[in-house]
Design a protein around this ligand. Structure first.
Ligand code: COA
Length: 167
């Protein structure tokens, strides 16, 4: 198995000609879609998702590359739910590439990038996803709230909060 040090990781914004690469990452992640009770998205679904994301200037969807290979997907939104906050909707590492530190490296890099402009970073976890819970708590996130019967929000303060800020 490769170690993290051997894998140069890069995140690139998803463009219209990346549909096949996103679909490839999804196809290599069947367990996640089974866990959330959804079919693996088809290329047409990926196109719809991308078009929706491109309409929203706060939304960022990115492919994670290890060298030339797309190994994951990251979907987050800036200034949401409030200005100066951000939400990770999905960090997905395709199954063949898990357990090598890619997920942790990607989220840590995102935190460093956002720290200047984002005080609080949330992560939304769908379903009964013990692996995701462990992943985010290991990275310093704490349970924040239930966002519905099958949705849990986690949060990490990237910067100390002002003493008078509402929770
Ligand atoms: C959650 C998820 C993104 C984690 O990705 P990952 O790349 O496998 O995560 P990491 O490798 O960074 O960390 C996972 C484990 O690998 C371990 N690991 C880190 N570096 C390692 C290395 N070089 N070699 C072996 N294992 C390593 C970590 O310590 C961690 O172990 P732990 O489970 O005992 O804590 C991935 O499981 C996934 O895509 N799940 C489906 C989607 C999902 O649920 N996303 C979260 C909700 S949005």
């Amino acid at each position: 198995m490769s170690t993290l040090a051997e894998i140069p990781l890069e995140r690139r914004a998803v463009r219209r000609n990346d549909i096949e690469a996103v679909y490839r990452v999804y196809r290599q992640s069947p367990g996640y879609f089974e866990l959330i009770g959804a079919p693996i998205p088809e290329p047409a679904d990926v196109v719809r998702e991308l078009e929706a994301a491109l309409q929203d200037p706060r939304r960022r969807i990115e492919l994670i590359y290890a060298g030339p290979t797309p190994v994951g997907y990251l979907d987050y939104k800036l200034d949401h739910p409030r200005n100066g906050e951000a939400v990770i909707s999905l960090v997905l590492v395709a199954e063949p590439y898990r357990g090598r530190g890619i997920g942790q490296a990607v989220v840590s890099a995102l935190e460093s990038e956002l720290r200047e402009r984002v005080a609080r970073l949330y992560a939304v976890v769908y379903g009964d996803n013990a692996q995701a819970t462990k992943f985010f708590t290991t990275l310093g996130y704490r349970y924040f709230k239930d966002g519905g019967p099958a949705i849990k929000w986690y949060v990490k303060d990237l910067r100390p909060l002002p003493a008078n800020r509402p929770i």
